[in-house]
Design a protein. Structure first.
Length: 214
């Protein structure tokens, strides 16, 4: 999906976030009056630019921290109010894999799922036992895991084995996401995941497909 916004507008909001201008960034989103999908798309473009600058060592960690706080506030503000009380089609347990403390992508996915699913967010640095116990407690349909670091990606095979070795009333599906899976679309097969979501826009659709919901 491509945003309908002109490139100069996208560059403007990216510059505002990079400069750490919280109020100006929030004002930009308020005045842009974007659709829900366009809001998600713009946020993902900002995150990609931040990742690129960080990898190329163009920005310090302090910029990443401030930008993350700004984007988290924007994410909280665009939650779909009309979806809060709608009927839910299933239950998802979500978290980042152990040794991974990156929350932005997970938080965006959580907001995307909330209009359609009961979502239990375990936060960051979640170990395998917590994923399994929470999924059993809530009879989850899906376990959704975000992994940005490769050492976290490697742990997903153990999570897959734990899911397969556990006795369930209803065995949950495993969906994964994060930068490594975007770079290599076949990586999720190595982890044993049932599916992967390349971005937050399609994650609800992928989860519905796992549940055979049309």
């Amino acid at each position: 999906m491509r945003s309908c916004l002109p490139q100069e507008d996208l560059e403007q909001v990216i510059a505002l976030v990079l400069a750490g201008l919280r109020e100006s960034t929030i004002r930009w989103f308020d005045e842009a009056n974007l659709t829900r999908d366009d809001t998600i798309h713009v946020i993902e473009l900002v995150l990609r630019r931040l990742d690129k600058h960080w990898i190329e060592r163009k920005i310090p960690l302090t910029v990443i921290y401030v930008a993350a706080r700004i984007i988290e506030e924007v994410v909280e503000r665009f939650e779909d109010e009309n979806g809060k009380d709608s009927a839910k089609i299933g239950t998802v347990v979500i978290g980042t894999m152990s040794e991974d403390f990156h929350s932005l992508g997970k938080n965006l996915v959580r907001r995307t799922l909330m209009p359609f699913f009961h979502v239990h967010d375990l936060g960051v640095n979640v170990d395998i036992d917590r994923f399994i116990s929470c999924a059993k407690e809530h009879d989850a349909d899906i376990i959704a895991v975000s992994a940005l670091m490769m050492n976290s990606v490697l742990q997903l095979q153990s999570l897959r084995n734990a899911i397969d070795d556990t006795s369930w009333k209803k065995k949950p599906k495993l969906i994964v996401g994060g930068a490594p899976f975007t770079i290599d679309s076949e990586l999720h097969k190595y982890t044993g995941a049932d599916a992967y979501a390349p971005n937050a826009i399609v994650v609800a659709e992928r989860c519905m497909a796992l549940m055979d919901v049309k």
